[in-house]
Design a protein. Structure first.
Length: 250
């Protein structure tokens, strides 16, 4: 039964941090900040919680060199970070030519974040993925073809190339993030690529999810729960379906 008063983004993040031990006391976190609403909300929430939970906090932005507006967006992120007394650094990377632009951009961004975390002495990297991102990614995996274990998308914590990645907002809906941004008057920038129909994720977000929500208003929560269950049962999830999701791995 839906809650009359849903939990705030701060409450959802604090519960995730504690329940999954995402930030042990004494740890340090590097937040990936692009200037978009998700990462700015995550930065704000972690800045509010860092003293109570006893962790250090840094922020880093990556300019892929694909849009001239990116530098201005990172300027916004830097000003906001400094207003929260969070050290901010940035890096500019080059994305090689070829297919699947978003996947290649993710790969070089991750390497830049790992380098920045090492320089800052941070032992984990936080990203702003939320439940809607998980639902979209799960549907993309299904559309492209995947084994059952491929449904365990965007867990609260994982380890990639020896670096710990955490997602404190993994239980929150996009609506929770938007409400937090509006409530606290957080600055943010909008990336036009998030509405570009050339990308499958954009079509899933603006076409597929809304259609499914008309049939089941809580579809995002249901899909996120399915991802949780797939991650909690790795042996059962290793079915014998062929894994067709080769060129588009996240």
């Amino acid at each position: 039964m839906p809650r009359t008063h849903p939990p705030t983004l701060i409450t959802l993040a604090r519960a995730a941090l504690r329940e999954h031990a995402l930030v042990p006391r004494g740890s340090s976190v590097l937040v990936a900040v692009s200037g978009g609403p998700d990462s700015m909300a995550l930065l704000h929430v972690l800045a509010l919680l860092r003293r109570r939970l006893g962790f250090g906090l840094f922020a880093h932005g990556v300019d892929h060199g694909l849009r001239p507006e990116a530098a201005v967006e990172l300027d916004l992120a830097e000003r906001f970070s400094r207003s929260l007394d969070v050290p901010f650094t940035r890096s500019r990377v080059a994305v090689c030519a070829g297919g699947n632009l978003q996947a290649r951009a993710r790969a070089v961004r991750w390497e830049a974040l790992r380098t920045a975390a090492s320089s800052a002495g941070a032992d984990r990297i936080a990203t702003g993925h939320h439940a809607d991102d998980r639902a979209e990614t799960l549907l993309m995996r299904i559309l492209r073809g995947t084994r059952l274990r491929g449904l365990a998308v965007l867990p609260p914590m994982d380890c990639v190339d020896g670096s710990i990645r955490i997602r404190p907002l993994f239980r929150a809906l996009r609506a929770d993030v938007s409400a937090h941004v509006a409530r606290h008057g957080l600055p943010f920038a909008s990336d036009p690529s998030n509405r570009d129909p050339r990308f499958l994720r954009v079509r899933v977000r603006h076409e597929v999810i809304p259609q499914l929500a008309r049939l089941s208003p809580r579809i995002v929560e249901h899909l996120a729960r399915l991802a949780d269950e797939a991650g909690a049962n790795p042996d059962r999830s290793a079915g014998k379906l062929p894994d067709l999701d080769v060129t588009h791995r996240r």
